[in-house]
Design a protein around this ligand. Structure first.
Ligand code: ATP
Ligand code: MG
Length: 352
């Protein structure tokens, strides 16, 4: 198993993407350790397995890898599985924790041959740091400037060949030159109900919670296609079950899982309070749009990044909203969900 060194200069969090502390502890407890334990994302997992096999056979470090996709889909999971597969070590940091090139030095000088440096939220790394690590990625060397003004000297330092793994929820914000330096670029997509149900069943076992298969499917259906959400729903169902003496001795049935999720105000489509608040704002305040994300964010009193990174991707995928050049528009499905009737468009189509 890999030795995991988590070093975060500047007190930054090694993991980003909007997960809070308790989510992170749960994530770590339930995270798969090996590629074969990873559920779904089969094409990605197969390509990684080939790359790992090749690296071992050729005794070369793995090429640099970029993972992108919405929060909670497994970017950090894949990054932490790889050193286990390779028998190497991993250091973890994140873009916001790296404000200047010197912040990279402890990581770069700690590298071992073939070890992994994981940079979460890599799109938030400042341009100066990005440019500083280009030669590290390409030729395993860095240029360090010592002193200032006329006394400044540049020292060229060789590094041990290593693998950089970047993760981002916003691949569009990554610069072209940075993206091009990754040998593999893997996009993670939402999971099917079947895959999520498997994850829920496996994790219920890890938590020693007896659960009927239909209950696992119910949780899967109501988890926004996202393993992290499925895990957090599972923890809630576990508390609900344990907190009711009358049912705590039996398994979690379909009924129990429904009651627990209804109590948490997770609806049958898996949308939670925050998702519905977004749709209510778009429909009640902005007449269903089109309206800009900044206006929705200001009205909801929430960061617009949270909307674009965490809330909107699933609503877009499930076609509760569409994006147009003039802004976000609620679809008939969103009106139906909230039990509202759709205003009649004057003349032109609602979606023009
Ligand atoms: N393919 C998978 N198989 C099984 N469990 C998974 C899988 N992907 C993710 N998980 C579970 O979901 C949790 C969250 O995943 P992870 O932390 O890797 O997401 P992430 O993409 O890094 O999110 P963020 O953008 O917020 O950093 C993991 O701890 C793990 O328990
Ligand atoms: Mg992560």
């Amino acid at each position: 198993m890999a030795r995991e060194r988590v070093i975060t200069p500047g007190g930054g969090s090694p993991e980003g993407g909007g997960s809070n502390e308790s989510d992170r502890q749960r994530d770590a407890a339930l995270r798969p350790k090996l590629l074969r334990e990873v559920i779904g994302q089969k094409k990605v997992a197969n390509r990684l397995q080939i790359a790992v096999n090749a690296a071992k056979k050729l005794k070369e470090p793995l090429g640099h890898i970029l993972f992108d996709g919405p929060p909670g889909l497994g970017k950090t999971t894949f990054a932490t599985v790889l050193p286990n597969e390779l028998g190497s070590s991993i250091q973890m940091t994140s873009g916001p924790a790296l404000s200047k090139p010197a912040d990279m030095l402890p990581f770069l000088t700690n590298l071992e041959y073939g070890s992994i440096l994981f940079i979460d939220e890599i799109h938030r790394m400042p341009r100066v740091v990005e440019e500083f690590i280009y030669p590290a990625m390409e030729d395993f060397r860095i240029d360090i400037v010592l002193g200032e003004g006329v006394n400044a000297r540049t020292i060229n330092m060789k590094l041990k060949p290593f693998t950089l793994i970047g993760a981002t929820t916003r691949s569009g914000m990554l610069s072209g030159p940075m993206r091009d330096r990754f040998k593999m670029q893997e996009h993670l997509d939402y999971y099917t109900i079947d895959e999520l149900a498997q994850i829920v069943s496996i994790n219920a076992k890890k938590l020693a919670l007896p659960m009927a298969p239909e209950a696992a499917v119910e949780l899967a259906q109501r988890s926004r296609g996202t393993p992290r959400v499925a895990n957090s729903r599972l923890y809630w169902v576990r508390s609900y079950h344990a907190g009711h003496p009358a049912i705590a001795d039996g398994p979690v049935t379909l009924d129990i899982s429904r009651q627990a999720l209804d109590m948490q105000e997770v609806d049958r489509d898996g949308l939670d309070k925050q998702d519905r608040r977004y749709l209510e704002t778009l429909i009640d305040v902005f007449g269903g749009g089109p309206t800009g994300v900044e206006a929705i964010a200001a009205t909801m009193n929430i960061a617009s990044d949270t909307l674009t990174d965490e809330i909107e991707p699933y609503l877009l995928r499930e076609q509760f909203i569409v994006r147009s050049p003039r802004g976000r528009i609620a679809t008939p499905r969103a009106f139906e969900l909230l039990g509202k009737s759709q205003p009649k468009p004057n003349g032109g189509s609602l979606f023009d």
